[in-house]
Design a protein around this ligand. Structure first.
Ligand code: ADP
Ligand code: MG
Length: 497
């Protein structure tokens, strides 16, 4: 007994900050071996259970090829006159037929609606020796009540922001050509017209679907009776991105967005754009690929978690491809998996906290942070702690794996879609080999540590006959709208001469 007492006393003296209890073990060597075995057994069983749940997220090369093929089929349906109506990937004509040639110049206003932020921009395009683009912009918030209120309120708010911006720039009363980046599916019959087919990404303002958004904007401008604007172009952000990169690299014939949502556009042969008269030249087609899968053609790839996230979203059943890829949804998929793990006692010691049950707490930016290579596990734990999730070291390893699996699948699916696009361009031109550049925008693509690498690898594997360069666009949706407006003005002026 005195040995034990002395030992305890010494240890406590050496570690005054620790509270230490000594418990006498009974038959440590026998029982202990059994305990070690039991724990290892449990850990192994739990590991297997988790792997089984994650299995459907791991897509094989064959599955990805299949996704590419199905995308191709849906693209044909969207382009075809007879099949367009029922098609889910709408392949919308944009009336953008020419890319910048560097001779554009002038001052333009641009609006950017449809991303996280609403912005008004003033863009100065110069040609000749001082060729380049200079921009000023201001970000405005759109309160949820307005996003989901009436269309009149939404457009009055937009016009209010334009007015504020003109005042801020000291340009009240100046009338400039305006490009409107409106990143929702629109049916266009002209460059300066866009009939909203349906809201996506959290917008829900009433009385807009089926209406020409340029008309709605003009009406709001007239209601305010303060200034007039010449709306020259309605532009999708994918198209703006393609144009922005096209200004630097003439090989850029594809645009891709991986941000809040996901979408792509590319230059299609006019003869294939059956919705528009004429067979000469090319036109940029806004694919609206986010809706890929809405016909059910991806049901074998979707998991129960995708279904759960979809069902609780603002637009159930819609934008199924987008919901597996983009920033608005990846965090939610991860949260749903973590909940499922916890319910089964495979994570967080089986305790579901109120926090974990809260929709939206797991933002997609956490996927980037958690997967960041230079992050120690301790930091993962502190991110989780910040979220109100108490975790052990093992828990943080598991959370990290879930993030990896979900982001990896997103990048691969996006790559499979892109592979379909570039291969179609190659076949359109009857080439054995195509070199093409894709202009990309979107915070998820730009900031996630592995997304772009995995996506590019996937495109390479699925479309070996294409050499695809990815170019990050700088502010595609703002600059692009101005460039398209500039090109349109250049062509208009040439026509008047
Ligand atoms: P938008 O697509 O709305 O124009 P962004 O391209 O900035 O705007 O994308 C916003 C989306 O990016 C948000 O949905 C958010 O979840 C996601 N996001 C923000 N930060 C990060 C990050 N660090 N890593 C990955 N995704 C992010
Ligand atoms: Mg954007």
């Amino acid at each position: 007994p005195s040995f034990a007492r002395r030992l305890h006393k010494t240890v406590r003296k050496l570690l005054p900050d620790c509270e230490i209890r000594f418990i006498r073990s009974e038959d440590g060597s026998g029982k202990g071996a059994a305990m070690v075995t039991a724990v290892a057994y449990r850990l192994d069983a739990q590991h297997k259970a988790r792997q089984k749940i994650l299995e459907p997220f791991k897509l094989s090369h064959e599955q990805l090829l299949e996704v590419k093929e199905r995308m191709r089929i849906e693209m044909e349906k969207g382009l075809g006159k007879e099949t367009h109506e029922e098609a889910t990937v709408k392949m919308l004509p944009t009336y953008v037929c020419s890319t910048p040639d560097g001779t554009e110049k002038g001052d333009f206003l641009a609006l950017d609606l449809g991303g996280t932020n609403f912005r008004v921009l003033l863009v100065r395009v110069r040609n000749g020796m001082r060729r380049g683009v200079e921009m000023h912009n201001k970000i405005y918030s759109i309160p949820v009540e307005i996003m989901q209120g009436t269309g009149e309120e939404l457009f009055d708010h937009i016009v209010h922001c334009i007015s504020d911006f003109l005042e801020y720039m000291g340009m009240k009363g100046v009338s400039l050509p305006l490009g409107f980046t409106f990143s929702f599916p629109c049916q266009q019959n002209n460059l300066d017209e866009g009939i909203l087919l349906k809201w996506t990404k959290g917008f829900k303002a009433t009385g807009c679907e089926g209406e020409d958004v340029v008309g709605l904007l003009k009406e709001a401008i007239h209601r305010r009776e303060e200034f007039d604007l010449d709306v020259v172009a309605v532009v999708n952000d994918t198209v703006g991105t393609m144009m922005t990169c096209g200004y630097e690299d003439p090989c850029c014939e594809v645009g891709l967005i991986v941000g809040t949502g996901s979408n792509a556009c590319y230059m299609e042969e006019m003869r294939n754009v059956e919705l528009v008269e004429g067979d000469e030249g090319r036109m940029c087609v806004n694919m609206e690929w986010g809706a890929f899968g809405d016909s059910g053609c991806l049901d074998d790839v979707r998991t129960e978690f995708d279904v759960a996230v979809d069902e609780l979203s603002l637009n159930p059943g819609k934008q199924r491809f987008e919901k597996m890829i983009s920033g608005m949804y990846l965090g939610e998929i991860v949260r749903n998996i973590l909940m499922d793990f916890t319910k089964r006692g495979l994570l967080f010691r089986g305790r579901i906290s109120e926090r974990l049950k809260t929709r939206g707490i797991f933002e997609t930016k956490f996927l980037s942070q958690i997967e960041s290579d230079c992050l120690a596990l301790l930091q993962v734990r502190s991110i989780l702690q910040h979220l109100g999730l108490e975790s052990t070291c093992d828990d943080s390893i598991i959370v990290k794996e879930v993030c990896t699996v979900v982001a990896r699948r997103a990048a691969q699916l996006c790559g499979a879609g892109m592979a379909a696009v570039v291969d179609k361009i190659r076949q359109n031109r009857g080439l054995d080999f195509l070199k093409v550049t894709v202009g990309v925008d979107g915070t998820l693509y730009k900031l996630h540590p592995h997304f772009s690498t995995i996506m590019q690898q996937t495109v390479k594997e699925l479309s070996p006959q294409c050499e695809v360069t990815f170019l990050q666009s700088e502010d595609g949706s703002g600059k692009g709208a101005a460039l398209i407006t500039a090109v349109a003005c250049r062509i208009r002026e040439a026509g008047q001469r």
